[in-house]
Design a protein around this ligand. Structure first.
Ligand code: EPU
Length: 341
């Protein structure tokens, strides 16, 4: 029997609307697969045409080159299935193409709790484990029980339990040793049926003191409100969220820095002290500064706005910011979004 829908592999495909930095990029080949079979068809096409396969998720945490060689593959499956449920918790398996915020809202509507602090993060479910998305005191690693995917080398499926994904602050094995080697098809989350809101992060704590402890749905709304007040919408101002990771410096270096900059916010860690990169940049008076087509956001110095520039323009701006921070504090900033080329 013939397949109802024939997989379409397009050539010279514009990726302009598939990356939130709004880089006018083009893929040599592009395909959107919605099933494992379609992914395998794409892999076969790539082998036959000697093309590298590059997996593209929501495009909200990448810096894209103008010309992306090979086959850019987007996995759009949004199937959602409960794989285990007790009176206390639930394990849900979700297709990688599911929009992240819609998934958070779906969980809240079903009374599955834990992800509310991660509301309104752009991107897809499949991208969440890659950089271990985190916000307002919560990281997604604490809810991921397993990651399912396909190896790009031979189309074979794999499954990894959360503990073996190498999760750390904005890190995972999918950004490291498995980078470019796998496509994530589904993520399994273990969520609680008992509400337990986390309002430790300063702006949420302030709201809780004013209004009382929120329900999980209220907390999600607060997070959306805080994010909207600080972070620009990529539709109006193309950006990739935080452009730099918050650096961790040694306790010795921190003690020197705090003498020079007594107002510097800081977050002690097991090893050293984490500093907000946004503050480091802002304190140099760089908020709102433009570097050609690329600008530091006027409200949050950690976000770069791209007004029609290329990846080279974005990287040049980032490099100047890194140099200024290095010179002022002797702190090396590390880029957060991944390169896609
Ligand atoms: N700050 C400034 N000026 C700025 C930006 C920040 O002084 O321009 C100060 C703030 O006043 C605050 C501190 O720096 O004292 C931290 O700022 P904020 O709470 O806004 O958080 P962040 O460290 O800038 C991180 C994440 C965000 C996440 C928020 C909330 C990273 C790289 N970024 O930002 O994640 O939403 O905390 O948890 O860890 C993302 O990854 O794309 C992202 C937006």
């Amino acid at each position: 029997m013939e397949k109802a829908v024939v997989l379409k592999i397009e050539s010279s495909y514009s990726l302009l609307n598939l990356n939130t930095l709004g880089i006018d990029a083009e893929a040599e080949f592009f395909a959107q697969a919605s099933s494992v079979d379609e992914v395998r068809d794409c892999l076969a096409f790539a082998v036959a045409n000697q093309l590298l396969v590059k997996v593209l998720g929501g495009g909200s945490n990448i810096v894209m080159a103008s010309h992306v060689k090979g086959l850019v593959l987007n996995y759009s499956n949004t199937a959602l299935q409960v794989v285990n449920e007790t009176t206390a918790d639930v394990t849900v398996k979700v297709g990688a193409g599911y929009n992240w915020h819609e998934f958070v809202l779906f969980c809240l509507s079903r009374g599955w709790f834990g992800l509310e602090n991660l509301s309104y993060i752009p991107g897809t479910v499949g991208a969440a484990p890659v950089q271990n998305i985190g916000a307002y005191g919560v990281e997604v690693k604490d809810f991921i029980s397993a990651v399912h995917g396909i190896r790009l080398s031979d189309g074979e499926p794999f499954m990894m339990v959360g503990e073996s994904c190498g999760f750390a602050y904005r890190e995972s094995c999918f950004k490291q040793e498995l980078d470019g080697k796998v496509l994530i098809t589904e993520v399994e989350f273990s969520l609680s049926k008992k509400p337990c809101v986390q309002v430790g992060y300063a702006p949420l704590d302030k709201m809780a003191k004013e209004k009382g402890l929120p329900t999980p749905i209220e907390l999600s709304n607060w997070v959306v409100q805080v994010r909207k007040s600080k972070l620009p919408d990529p539709v109006d101002m193309p950006n990739a969220g935080s452009f730099f990771k918050n650096p961790v410096v040694s306790t010795e270096q921190f003690q020197e820095l705090i003498k020079r900059f007594p107002g510097m916010p800081n977050y002690p860690q097991n090893s050293g002290v984490k500093l907000p990169a946004g503050w480091l940049i802002d304190n140099l008076g760089m908020k709102g500064q433009s570097f050609g087509l690329v600008q530091i956001h006027a409200l949050q110095a950690l976000v770069l706005i791209n007004n029609g520039g290329s990846s080279e323009d974005v990287l040049a701006a980032a490099s100047m910011i890194k140099n200024s921070v290095q010179k002022a504090y002797e702190v090396q900033l590390e880029q957060e979004p991944r390169m896609f080329f």
